[in-house]
Design a protein around this ligand. Structure first.
Ligand code: MLT
Length: 403
């Protein structure tokens, strides 16, 4: 939950255009005013000035849902979606006081720059005021005790539930670029046990444990059924949810994943990686895995994505990594299970995925009775990050067809 006080602003006649409504430029002005007012209730610009830095807008995305007219009172709420080293992303929502639903929503990326005009660290005091508790937690993050373990989970939005399951060696933020666009849905994105900011026990890892954790997490957030979106290892967990908690799965998105189990070579390379992590620690993983996780073109042209993936991989704990490798090594084949999956299913493949051949994904879609296949051009293994817009589009279309 955001710690920033909501701001109410009245729409004045001179905010409106010849049609008598608030046009988009004026809407932007009110969003900006609301941001300023929100800051003025907290540290204000003084904190930025004291550190010799200035926040500047790098990018704005906006969606307008309702008209606003003179005299309407709009209530603006703000929360932090992403907190980076030198930038942060805020989501602002406007609702009519006394009305229903969202009137408009913007997502603004702000970069802090120094006197020389170059990006520099965001003052910690600003983060504290905005409800950010650490550089990797956002205002949407919660920590819940689930089956005696502390699980970190992002829960955003209202509506039917979508559960996002990340892959290896990643965390819940993998899905963030996609999840944040799916307004109208309650998006639940946990860090699996041992990964990201969730607690990492020394032992107790298997796909069954992950699946039972997620079923208990759905209980904790009072969700009976969710559309389950599993990415890669998250897909293996989704299969386990089907085996153990099928009634919780309303529909299925299988992204960059496979149904087959590891063969002997695959199991041997899991064992080799486990031994290396035990011997040397996980420091080598980022350099080793990033060139395989991302498409060659993304490596060249998407430095922000490369940076985010590196941060995710580098922050993992050895026990959680070893646990996940063990769980994947020992997983059962899910090929026969596919024929029993009758819920609507979307299978997503990346055209340049070096880990999961798109033919394997296509075969999964053919094996499940109610499945569609979508190829994301230009995506490597990390389609939800590398090609977030296209991945979000196919998922949104799939979700809308469920309603
Ligand atoms: C993942 O992205 O989750 C992993 O690459 C899956 C795997 O190693 O089988």
């Amino acid at each position: 939950m955001s710690t920033v006080p909501p701001i109410e602003l009245i729409v004045y006649p001179d905010d409106c255009d010849a049609f008598g409504h608030l046009n988009q430029a004026a809407y932007f002005r009110l969003f900006e005013r609301a941001r300023w007012e929100a800051l003025a209730h907290g540290p204000g610009m003084d904190t930025f000035r004291a550190h010799g830095v200035l926040p500047v807008v790098r990018k704005t995305e906006a969606e307008f849902f309702q008209q606003a007219a003179p005299g309407d009172r709009l209530r603006f709420e703000l929360e932090v979606e992403h907190w980076g080293e030198t930038s942060f992303t805020v989501r602002q929502q406007a609702r009519k006081v006394g009305g229903q639903g969202l009137a408009a929503e913007v997502r603004v990326v702000l970069v802090t720059i120094g006197r020389d005009g170059r990006p520099c660290p965001v003052p910690v005091e600003v983060g504290r005021f905005l409800g950010v508790q650490s550089s990797r937690r956002t205002a949407a993050s919660r920590q819940l005790t689930v089956r005696d373990l502390v699980i970190t989970v992002d829960v955003t939005g209202d509506g039917p539930a979508v559960l996002f399951i990340h892959g290896f060696p990643l965390d819940r933020t993998l899905w963030r670029p996609v999840a944040r666009t799916l307004t109208g849905w309650r998006r639940i994105a946990p860090d699996l046990r041992g990964m990201g900011l969730s607690e990492a026990p020394e032992e107790g890892y298997s796909l069954a444990e992950y699946a039972d954790d997620l079923a208990a997490l759905l209980d904790a957030v009072k969700v009976d059924q969710a559309v389950v979106c599993g990415f890669s290892m998250g897909g293996y967990v989704a299969f386990e949810l089907l085996r153990r908690h099928r009634d919780r799965v309303r529909a299925l998105v299988l992204a960059n994943t496979r149904a087959s189990a590891d063969d002997a070579d695959g199991r041997a390379s899991r064992d080799a990686m486990i031994a290396r992590i035990r011997r040397d620690g996980p420091g080598f993983l980022a350099d080793e895995m990033i060139p395989r996780l991302l498409a060659p073109a993304s490596l060249q042209t998407e430095p922000d994505v490369v940076r985010q993936v590196r941060a995710m991989v580098s922050a993992q704990q050895a026990d959680g990594l070893v646990g996940a490798l063990t769980a994947m090594r020992d997983r059962a084949d899910a090929t026969a299970l596919l024929a029993t999956v009758t819920v609507p299913t979307l299978v997503i493949a990346g055209s340049d995925d070096q880990l999961i051949p798109s033919a394997a994904s296509r075969a999964m879609a053919e094996a499940a009775p109610n499945a569609h296949f979508a190829m994301i051009p230009g995506a490597g293994h990390l389609a939800p990050m590398e090609q977030a817009v296209n991945t979000a589009r196919v998922i949104r279309e799939f979700l809308e067809a469920l309603l």
